[in-house]
Design a protein around this ligand. Structure first.
Ligand SMILES: Cc1cc2nc3c(=O)[nH]c(=O)nc-3n(C[C@H](O)[C@H](O)[C@H](O)COP(=O)(O)OP(=O)(O)OC[C@H]3O[C@@H](n4cnc5c(N)ncnc54)[C@H](O)[C@@H]3O)c2cc1C
Length: 410
């Protein structure tokens, strides 16, 4: 009997998590992990934080030995260019084909490029998705340089914070009324606006970039309110999922590869997970999520199902963001249904609080700023499903861990 072969396309955390889960579950067939970047699979979150500031070395998911020790064949610098679902094979950038018994699509996404802006000047207009992008941007972040960040989402805000720490003059241009508004809402976005302004960022909300032009030694950014000179522009305008090739092969896609709760695409033997998917979450419905923890967990679920298990990714989504000395953490806040009540514990105006979302007397989401231990306790409260009285959550003298021990009575 020939050994089964599983091919994983995409050398990010999703692909690495799937490979590790396959071996952990005892799969003894071939595993090929095909990635178009030159590096071993690595962690992307530091690219806008510690790695951009060069305070920490690059973080590989597993060291090189791990792949040999676990018989995972890593094809770096290799792109999958086509899928033939009926022949069950993919074509590689060199032209070779690779047959598979099961395929995992874990190709993440790319930084969105804006025509007319992104292509004005290659060495001064930057995007951030890969280690190479982070290295290129880092070379521009020297004290006194002027950086304009187009987009006040997580990546834009994190880069702004790192750049300020490096002594760079920073302007953020955000079309919405506050940074992070889409992810966190206006109130919390306003809190982050205050944090960035206090750190010296020129934060301009409700301002739209219209064009960018080169000058002798820099760039001029024209907005609907005027012109602004800078040495470097970061276009931080979100993620694009590149699904054309998969759709052309008959894999259902709609701004992401469509998968069910178990990361199955509907094409027999073809799975997808991580940033590239539009996942049908059992609690929240169809979601496109770009968070590290979800990518790792979905990679593991897909791997189990490649082996024929009946696994589902049904957990609430978890993410964090580090900006300056602040850490934001959220569990269950993505795709959250309507809440009956939100409870604040602590002092948002002082940058230290936890916000609990309650539905039918139970905690369904927790979000905290600089309250790691309480967010962790809140996460366990969400998982426990215990009814918890709002006044106990609000009361800072109540140890949240106590609420975990027994269902509290309202
Ligand atoms: C700068 C930055 C900071 C972040 N910070 C945080 C954070 O603080 N907290 C958090 O929760 N999340 C954060 N994230 C999000 C998190 O990193 C992602 O959710 C996670 O990396 C997704 O992993 P993935 O493996 O699905 O996709 P990716 O990491 O994008 O990996 C996919 C890989 O597949 C490769 N690929 C694509 N197409 C092909 C092809 N045809 N053939 C071969 N290879 C291909 C890509 O080049 C890439 O290497 C951050 C992301 C970025 C970019």
């Amino acid at each position: 009997m020939t050994r089964r072969r599983f091919v994983i396309v995409g050398g990010g955390v999703t692909g690495a998590s799937a490979a590790s889960t396959l071996r952990g579950e005892g799969f003894d067939g071939e595993i090929l992990l095909v990635g178009d970047e030159p590096d071993l699979p690595y962690e992307r979150p530091p690219l806008s934080k510690e790695w951009l500031a060069r305070t920490e070395p690059p973080l590989v998911v597993y060291p090189e030995d791990w792949y040999a020790d676990n018989a995972v064949e890593l094809l770096t610098g290799t792109r999958v260019t086509a899928l033939d679902r009926s022949e069950r094979e993919v074509t590689l950038s060199g032209g070779a084909t690779l047959g598979f018994d099961a395929l995992l699509i874990a190709t993440g996404g790319q930084a969105r490029r804006l025509p007319g802006l992104s292509d004005v000047c290659e060495d001064r207009v930057h995007h951030l998705r890969t280690r190479a992008d982070s290295d290129a941007l880092r070379s521009r972040l020297t004290p006194g340089e002027r950086l304009v960040v187009l987009g006040g989402g997580f990546v834009g805000c994190e880069v702004a914070a790192t750049a300020r720490k490096l002594g760079v003059e920073v302007t953020i241009l955000e079309m919405a009324a506050a940074p992070l508004e889409r992810a966190l809402g206006t109130e919390l976005g306003g809190l982050f606006a205050g944090i960035h302004r206090a750190a010296g960022v020129d934060l301009r909300c409700g301002e739209r970039v219209e064009s960018v032009a080169r000058t002798g030694d820099g760039l001029v950014v024209h907005t609907d309110r005027g012109a602004l000179e800078c040495s470097t522009l970061l276009v931080a305008a979100g993620l694009v999922r590149d699904t054309e090739m998969w759709a052309a092969a008959g894999v259902p896609c709609a701004d992401g590869v469509l998968v069910d709760a178990g990361c199955r695409t509907g094409v027999p033997g073809v799975f997808a997970a991580g940033d590239v998917v539009a996942h049908d979450h059992p609690r929240y419905g169809r979601l496109r999520v770009e968070h590290h923890d979800s990518a790792v967990r979905q990679g593991a679920v897909a791997a189990r199902n490649m082996l024929g298990a009946g696994a589902e990714f049904d957990e609430p989504h978890w993410f964090w963001s580090d900006q300056y000395d602040h850490t934001l953490q959220s569990y269950g806040g993505v795709g959250e249904p309507d809440l009956d009540e939100t409870v604040i514990r602590g002092r948002p105006e002082e940058g230290s609080f936890v916000r609990f979302g309650l539905s039918a007397g139970r905690v369904v989401s927790v979000l905290g700023l600089n309250r790691r231990a309480e967010v962790m306790a809140g996460r366990r409260l969400v998982l426990s499903g215990h009814p918890v009285p709002a006044e106990q959550l609000r009361d800072e003298s109540v140890d949240l861990r106590r609420l975990l021990r027994r269902p509290a009575r309202a």
